[in-house]
Design a binder for this molecule. Structure first.
Ligand code: GLN
Length: 188
């Protein structure tokens, strides 16, 4: 069972993607809904809103503990921002479990939403990636593996049991990134 943090954002798209891979899912809005999960997805959306609601519902510390304690977790876009240790600019609630510095809305107004055929480490064919007001990663710690970069900036990373991408595989039909994550949930 994979949980999807369901406070705001593209929860349904992640559900459909995971169900398409034969995995059962549970929406997570309360602390006890974290119990017994094999993995967790933090969707794309608006990271300030998700962070504010998670704080309001008392979820920040339980989420931090669960993820830091080894719960396999995949964050897309706003989810990547929430997982990060630090922001390049500004302050907002962060889980601080992924050793990266992330820059919100990094691709700028002119180019804020775009699609690109992205080479991803370990995948033979490029991945058609959808970026929507995406962040990029300014710097990564030693334990973080960069799986993909765009314009010289890391936009997909893995740190042990944590996977994060600045783009949205859940908005495409390509299951490969979710498949990678499902594999990670079975490694523990
Ligand atoms: N720009 C959003 C944020 O900062 C992320 C956008 C997204 O998740 N598509 O939270």
């Amino acid at each position: 069972m994979i949980g999807i943090l369901a406070l705001q954002g593209d929860v349904r798209e992640h559900e459909l993607m995971l169900e398409g891979l034969g995995v059962s899912t549970r929406q997570v809005r309360k602390v006890d809904e974290l119990d017994g999960l094999d993995g967790l997805v933090i969707p794309g959306g608006e990271s300030t809103t998700i962070g504010r609601l998670a704080t309001l519902y008392g979820l920040m510390e339980p989420l931090r503990e669960a993820i830091a304690g080894g719960l396999p977790t995949y964050g897309t876009c706003a989810g990547l921002i929430l997982l990060a240790d630090r922001l390049a600019e500004g302050t907002q609630p962060l889980l601080g479990v992924l050793d990266v510095v992330v820059r919100r809305n990094a691709f700028g107004n002119q180019n804020d939403s775009f699609e690109a055929d992205l080479p991803i480490h370990g995948m033979i064919d490029p991945f058609h990636a959808v970026f929507i007001r995406a962040p990029w990663i300014d710097s990564v710690g030693d334990s973080v593996e960069v799986l993909a970069s765009w314009e010289g900036h890391p936009i997909m990373v893995r740190q042990g049991h944590i996977l994060a991408s600045a783009f949205h595989p859940e908005l495409t039909k390509d299951q490969r990134v979710h498949h990678l994550f499902v594999t990670m949930t079975k490694e523990i």
